[in-house]
Every structure is written in C-alpha cells, then in structure tokens.
Design a protein around this ligand. Sequence first.
Ligand SMILES: Cc1cc2nc3c(=O)[nH]c(=O)nc-3n(C[C@H](O)[C@H](O)[C@H](O)COP(=O)(O)OP(=O)(O)OC[C@H]3O[C@@H](n4cnc5c(N)ncnc54)[C@H](O)[C@@H]3O)c2cc1C
Length: 405
Amino acid sequence: MGAALAAARNNARTLLIERAGFAGGIITAVGLPYFDGIADKKTGRIVVRGIPFELLVKMGRCRPDATSIRPHNPTIDSTERFKLLADQWLGAHGEMLRVLYHTQVCDVESSGGHITKVFAANKDGLVAIEPRHVIDCTGDGDVAAWSGAPVEKTQPLMPMTLHFRIGNVRQTRELRARAKTALIEAEKAGQLPMFYGPGIIFQFADDEAYVHAIRVPGDATDAADLTRAEMQGRRDAWAMFQTWKKNVPGFEDSYFVTCGPYIGVRETRRLAGRYVLTEDDIRSRRRFDDAIATGCWYMDRHPNRTTVGTANTGNGGYQPDPYDIPYGAIVARRVGNLLVAGRCHSATAAAASSTRVTVTAMALGQAAGTAAAMASKTRTSVAELNGVKLREELSAQGAGPFTET
Ligand SMILES: Cc1cc2nc3c(=O)[nH]c(=O)nc-3n(C[C@H](O)[C@H](O)[C@H](O)COP(=O)(O)OP(=O)(O)OC[C@H]3O[C@@H](n4cnc5c(N)ncnc54)[C@H](O)[C@@H]3O)c2cc1C
C-alpha cells in the first residue's frame, strides 16, 4: 500500500497486485492491529511520518499535528475498518492507481538485467504485465528470487503464527496464568506441539480475547510447507480454544470467532541488495547520506523450536535509538528495475529483526514508490537513481528519515 500510494501520488501509473481480496498486508491478512516502529520507545517521539502516520491519523488514532505518541506502539481499533480505508484511499487515485485483488504474482521474465514481464494468475487466467519498474512487497522476496536478484534465507527461520480471536470471554485476574497452565498441560499431553506466551489481549472488545500463542516452524516459500503450517496453526488454535473452554474459568461460554485469514509469516527470503544493513549499523546509529527511512524497534527474533513463556518476544532484544536505513537496502543487485521493500529488504537476520515491523515496512514502501516514480520521470533505472535526491524528495513530501533538530 505504501509503495503503490507513493508511486501514484508522484504521478507514476501504478498497478497494485495483491493475492488477498483486500489490501493492508499483515494488518488485514493476519489481523494484526499494531503500528510498531512509529515512535521512539524512550521518548515517544514520532520518528516515522508520511503514509504510515497518515494512516494512523485516518484511523483516528492520533492528531495530524502530533509529534509524540503514547504508548510508543499504537494500535488501531479495527482491522476490518482498515480494509475499508485501504479500498477508499487506493481508489481515490483514479487511473493513476489500479488495483487487482485476488491476483497472485507467480513468475517474471527478465532480459539484460531487467524484468520485462511480470506474470500473475487470477480469474482472467495467466496475465502478463510489462512494467517499467517493479516493487516487490511480497514479504517473501518472490519477485526478487524469480528475477535472479541475489536473495538469502537465514536458517533457522523464525516461526509462523496464526492469530485468532475468542468471543464471550470474561476477563479475570487469573485468566492468563490459568490459560498458560492449561497450555503447559496440553503440551505435556501431546495435544499441542509448542506455544508462546500466551498473549491474551482484550484488544478489540472487553469480551473478546485476541490471542498470540501459536508457533509453527516452517518455510513459507515452500507451498507444501506453507499448507502444512496453515493446517497446523488452525489445529493448534482449536486445541488451545478447547482446552481453555474446558479448563479455564472465564472461557466457559466462549466461542471461536475467527483466525487468520492467513498464518503470519515472520521471515523467509531477504534481498541481498546493494547495501546490507547490519546489526552494527543499528547499534552504532551509522548515518547514511542516502537514508530513506528510520527504524527504531527492538531486535525481536523469535526462537524456532521451543515453547517460550513470554507473550511477544523470544529474545529480550536490544532496544536501539532511532537509526537510518539507506536506499541501498531496497535496491536489488543484477536487476536494474527492481526495488524490494517491506520485511524482505536487504538486511542481516539480526538487523531485520528490528526493521521488519509494520511501520518500518510501510516507510520503506513509500520510499520505493517515490523512487520508482522519480526514475520513471527521468527515464532512468531505479538502480541509477541518486538516493540523496530521493531523500530530499521524501523530505519535501513530509516523509523519509527522522532528522533530529
Ligand atoms: C505473527 C506475526 C506477529 C507480528 N507481530 C508484530 C507486531 O506486533 N508489531 C509489528 O510492528 N510487527 C509485527 N510483525 C512483523 C510485521 O507485521 C511484518 O514483518 C510486516 O508487516 C511486513 O510487512 P510487509 O509489507 O513486508 O509484508 P506483509 O504485510 O506480509 O504484506 C505482503 C503482502 O503481499 C501479498 N503477497 C505476498 N506474496 C504475493 C504474491 N506472490 N502475489 C501477490 N501478492 C502477494 C500478501 O498477501 C500481503 O498482503 C509480526 C509478524 C508476524 C508474522
């Protein structure tokens, strides 16, 4: 969304392709209402503006003139309303921005270091698109991998998580502790392979539990493994629900509301791009002249094959001060008309454990969309685009990296 909106705003004719029947990525596809990475944890200062900030304002979560926000990790009250907002906002750009939902990119054709065609499958059949520039925001680096741009995959990958909601639950003081005990028992009895937390959050309503607890190891770029993981996640969600309903006071009259629509994928391929952002860059707050976005989230790498009794992280990660992400971290090598934004941008596994969060992903998308439009205007390739000029353009549009005053 960030990439498509930015490209269209900058007068590039844009096509957004999305496999789901709605936009919004993990917020709507997994049901995750968090805008993490928008503000510095220590001060609450908003360090990412532009499209993610505008979305937060449009969702009524903060005022347009806000300079700080508490808590530093704001949430939105409805992922369904976010779908509607996405439709409206994407639809407001007329011919400049066309949207194809229910359309899965499935291959590319390249020649001379350029992507010449992107193939997508939808109800029209197999569709070929001839783009000037491509922005891969698949999370999995699908287009990058198929076009021959170097990518990497760190083993072991972080586990996947299916989020689910349980309705008609009464919140009691002991609820979480008892729910955890029930999961430990279920794991011992072989009804549950593993879990984390559980995070039981009364996020959307006082009588509805939003649950973070599933942990499924696997590789979401492998179709069979992704299918297995989705089934495992659903089985585990129901095992949790049933054990809580049977054993935990407060859940007696509860019912299963929904899960998904998709299992959440934390990690797969990442671009091995022109610049690979490192943990050291983040810790030392290395400054880049061609910085295009600011990261500020803690290093949050979930362990792969163990039950962990905390709700949101496996590693008690390092909390950095706001840091720069350079243009080179979204520029592909060997493919001149490809940018890669979102969680599959170019960073080491440790660095990406901070840069992967929602707001940082959107900010990288906005930078990529703006870059593609600038390159289109000047008939250059995104690979040749001057990152410092991009930074200036983003700044002129109220986006780009946070600069201390
Ligand atoms: C379970 C879980 C919990 C998390 N918790 C938090 C949290 O609390 N706070 C936080 O900030 N971050 C959290 N994250 C991380 C963060 O949400 C993601 O890393 C981030 O949203 C990634 O954004 P993205 O735009 O790169 O990818 P996504 O948001 O996943 O968007 C990718 C989009 O591309 C579409 N797509 C994929 N492949 C194709 C294809 N081939 N063709 C067409 N469309 C395709 C998908 O349907 C999706 O809409 C969590 C991640 C997971 C998995």
